[in-house]
Design a protein around this ligand. Sequence first.
Ligand code: UD1
Length: 420
Amino acid sequence: MDKLIIEGGVRLDGEIRIAGAKNSALPIMAATLLAKSRVVIRNLPHLFDITTMLELLGCMGVQPIVDEKLNVEIDSSTIHSFSAPYELVKTMRASILVLGPLLARYGQAEVALPGGCAIGSRPVDLHINALRSMGADIRVEDGYVRAKVDGRLRGAHLFMDMVTVTGTENVMMAASLAVGKTVIENAAKEPEVIDLAECLIAMGAQIEGHGSDTIVIEGVAELTGCTYSVMPDRIETGTYLIAAAATCGRIKVKDTRPDILEAVLLKLEQAGADIEVGENWIELEMGGRRPQAVSLRTAPYPAFPTDMQAQFTALNTIAMGSGSITETVFENRFMHVHEMSRMGARIKVEGNTVFVDGVDALKGAPVMATDLRASASLIIAGLVAKSQTKVDRIYHIDRGYECIEEKLQLLGAKIRRVPA
Ligand code: UD1
């Protein structure tokens, strides 16, 4: 397995461009199953999860065509299987996103249950209950969600018990081809949900209220192809901003969107960063100052994103003062804490809160990546550590960060990949 070797202590300084959003690209790729003609998706990020979704479409008989700029053309008319096998679902939980589209367009779907994962149990009961309310007959057996519907799904008035991002997306896709009106209450307001809705609208769907907690979808008889460009990745953006802040450095991130990062930018300002933004760029300057520790609480958008808490924990480890970070979205999302304490961080977990007292410096150590965002936080810890850090199991990072070592090298970091 590849490793990343980081010689810490370099102040990051430079410019990078942000890739398309993974969490927007994945549902949009699943949504191509709804269209009766070719969909072209632009600005796909170069990530392992995207390859997994291409593979998943491939094993159903759909042959996506990818060009050298990683634009992908998907014509789902050659589909011959409606099954997402466990081998793929276990590597990418977002595979559940094909459930709604398959059921709505082809009246049947079989998707392996994602099961547990490193950051908690992450059930899909809300997806299943909502689709059942729309007339689907769904059985969970032999580790599979087996779903079918006679004729078309029916629109329904739904209340989601918890805010679920992929749950909202699955239902929104299914409802686009259902008979009649669907109302999703307590819907996720994440920008990626809006991006998917805009793509579905470009395919001919009738959707209103996306971005609010009530989404109304009037089902249509068919959806057609379109060309759609995926929005920038706000989590990648935030991760590089934090890396620059933690190293007391400077960064300009381009091809991004400051308007969807407000909670994160506010916390970076509290940490002492000077931030300037333009329409599609963000510049952060620490001027050599050590960051101040920050406290925060994760919650669904527009509050502080759970996908950024591990990175802020890394920043707090070397900040001035103490900070507490409370995770309210997932249980068990503190796997990075143990690794950081091996690097000399003064850090402890109580319940769903991690308390950190900043230290002057971390010491490099061999550490193990446990999930996608935890991996990013260990890289940030490695960048600020005094000596060498070796990050093992970096396949997690390749799932969600495009060319991470090249981008960090552009910023001056001493980081290299060592093949297994
Ligand atoms: C998505 C994102 C992930 C992000 C998360 C929260 C994608 C591909 N992934 O994950 O990066 O961390 O949103 O912003 O977009 N829940 C249930 N039952 C369900 C569904 C969810 O209990 O049927 C719970 C989950 O266990 C969790 C909470 O709801 O505690 C939120 O999860 P959810 O928003 O569904 O996360 P994902 O969509 O899987």
